[in-house]
Design a protein around this ligand. Sequence first.
Ligand code: 3HC
Length: 701
Amino acid sequence: MTRPVVIEKIGSVLLLRMQAPPVNALGAQLRKDLQEAVAAAAADPAITSLVVTGQGKLFSAGADIAEFEAGMAKPELPEVLDTIERSRLPVVAAINGSALGGGLELALVCDYRFAARRAKFGLPEVSLGIIPGAGGTQRLPRLIDAEAAIAMTTSGKPVSASEAEAFGLVDRVFDSGDEAVAAAVAHAAALGTARRTARTAPPPALPDSTDFVAQQRLAITRQAKGRDAPLKALESVLNAYALPLDEGLAREAAIFAECNSSLQAKALQHVFFAERQVAQVRGMDAAVTAHTVAGVAVIGAGTMGSGIATACLQAGLKVTLIDVNPGSLAKGAQAIARIIEGNVAKGRIDAGAAAATLQRLELGDSLSAAASADLVIEAVVENMAVKQKVFAELDRIAKPGAILATNTSTLNVDLIANATARPHDVIGLHFFSPAHVMRLLEIVRGAKTSDQAVKTALDLSRRIGKVGVVVGVCYGFVGNRMLEPYARDAHRLLLEGASPSQLDTVLTRFGMAMGVLSMCDMAGNDVGASMRRENRAAIAHDPSYCRMGDVLDARGEFGQKAGLGFYAYAGRDKSERLDLVDLIAAEADQLGIVRREIGDEEIFERCLYSLVNEGCRILEEGIAQRPGDIDTIWCNGYGFPALLGGPMHWAEAHGLQHIHDRLAHWRAALGTYGEAWFSPAASLTELARNRGRLVDLFPSD
Ligand code: 3HC
């Protein structure tokens, strides 16, 4: 087995190459080998200096996050870095690729940093609910100015090699990793045994402005959106200006430990791994390879179609946008151009790149334009008959082996696939609006979908910068199916006496990016009503089912786009509609629902526990592979706060037994409505009875 640190002697220089695929995470064996190699070099008179570099794409992605739950094994990273820093020999970091977290902290204890141009430098710990714990908050301020050090530590955002050079974080930048290594070795040889600076040198003073710290604190609080770690990181960075290095390091370790034991850290680290685990799909033939996708045809140039086309274009794919309506096609093309050109205005790409992107776009006014596409994505109206017609036609037109995808958000992919003679090539690709922005992609595997089609979809999702989650066929798949009970109960609570703003406020106070009724207004009450029409058989027994959504649809009050919905809109501003109270009361009256004062706690329990309950059913039916897949979907597509880990992780932390008992309470308390919708799922009942964990019934592998 290859050791995680490969040692090479080049003259008097010892080159230490970290080799721990895929990201050179600083796991226990690597730390041990690194520490031993540095200590042995110091004891060897033939060695004058060292170079540390990484094998592969990265220098290092930092500490091994998987170790955080149980605690880091010995030697811990701070000890290893202390050995390097206190060594009598100089060390040059040859940063071949990105240096993140502990990877950057390793580079910080080196005397010099030579970097490849592609390398990025970052302290992303705050996005895992922690702060840098191996000296980052103490050593970075000793190297670069306070504002930059605070920004890097508290935002978690990486900077480029040229920015790092401008800050003074990097000494020299090279075109390639190999050049950086060669130059680092030459520099180390020239240094002899001369170290660069005393390790305890204090940082430059904080900016001479009385309210500098207050301003930083305010800005960070705003950006943190309820996360504790960014302010904790600030506190630790500020210690660097007030305390000697060793004391600052000790405080940093204490704050790190405090953060790492928090619920937020557990939730954010769960989200990190869950987002990566979704790519592991059970029952897939490991030998199957993805279909090569160079050209994509998108059918339907509406908001969804043009958003999907934009996402594919931006990833370098050739796209044919097809719409039989010339007006819609022109509008779709304009929308795409606006987004791409907007990227130039925002400085994200230059004009040349924008022109090249738009050149990859072709327009077509009939389905025959999809004939040469490797992947066809249908994004026409959400109606089974229409979609089946499109797929029957595509079956005749598309080239053999092309993947045929539907962007349906609720409909049965198997019925769509059966309209073709090649159901194995048919798959659901459920994008979220705006499709060029939202990270989530639900990949719907039909009964006959081939492994190759699934693999191709997973590859595509990665290529276009999305997190693709494979789900099974049912009404609404995972995301929209869970949205149904959550939104259904919000609608019902309106009839029982809550106001739209009360409802939405309870949910946003919990941490949802948006209240559910604001979300209905944004998506369009017409869209919701049309989805319900397709599902009428399942909800016909409940005349109150999303009643106000249907009423608003019938009145043409579709939401934001109509200026009226659950709220009144003036541009981006929304206000409460006083006239809605009478309208809701009249509907409640008709349905025989007695209106009463509704407490916030009731809204919280009924909406959120219904969401979790549906998640349990989805797991029982195997529609989602594991709880983490549901969490990934809701954090990336529905604005569930990542700092709570997603609905299933949150449910476990909140108490599965409590959720079960409260659902049972509402089942009994809400009469026939409660009986219809509030029965706890079988798995939830079992877990509540046995005081079990989700993983007991739904293992993650
Ligand atoms: N620890 C453990 N595993 C890690 C890891 C880490 N720091 N970083 C990545 N991985 C794993 C992933 O889980 C994934 O595993 P899998 O193949 O089994 O699913 C694999 O490496 C590849 O990761 P990605 O799929 O994310 O690969 P990409 O090429 O898309 O991205 C990356 C690479 C930019 C490095 C990205 O993985 C990343 O952002 N990693 C996290 C970086 C980070 O947060 N570092 C700080 C760690 S905390 C720390 O250092 C504390 C210190 O201060 C003490």
